[in-house]
Each structure stands twice: as C-alpha cells, then as structure tokens.
Design a protein around this ligand. Structure first.
Ligand code: SF4
Length: 64
C-alpha cells in the first residue's frame, strides 16, 4: 500500500501526526508531509486510521 497526501486540501489540523508520527509530519505552515509513503506492517493499521480521521480527506491509500 502507498499513502498519498494532497497538500492543497490539507488544513493542518494535525490528526494524522498525532495518530502516526512515524509516517506523517507537518511543515512550518502546518501542512502535511510524508516521512514515508509506504508504511511497513507495523504502522499500516495506524496509517489507515490516520487516513480515515483526516477531516478534509487530504490523505488516501493507493493499493498496488
Ligand atoms: S489530518 Fe488531514 S488536514 Fe490534518 S494535517 Fe493531516 S493531512 Fe492535513
């Protein structure tokens, strides 16, 4: 699986970072950045949770 982040839609609420800080971070403006776009098995479940929690649907999962 791969995570995609649409920075044009992100409003910087930070839920993703709180949910899975090993994958998500925020830049100086609060906009999401990805530390990796391919979660390992240990972080995949929380990555999915973070995608579901994003209030603006800026995050999505691509199945490959
Ligand atoms: S939860 Fe969504 S809106 Fe909030 S910082 Fe993360 S990507 Fe941006």
């Amino acid at each position: 699986m791969r995570i995609k982040a649409d920075t044009g839609v992100c409003v910087g609420s930070g839920q993703c970072v709180l949910t899975q800080p090993a994958i998500f971070d925020q830049d100086d403006d609060g906009i999401v950045t990805l530390l990796t776009d391919r979660p390992d098995d240990e972080t995949a479940a929380q990555a999915r949770a973070a995608v579901a929690l994003c209030p603006t649907r800026a995050l999505s999962i691509v199945q490959e």
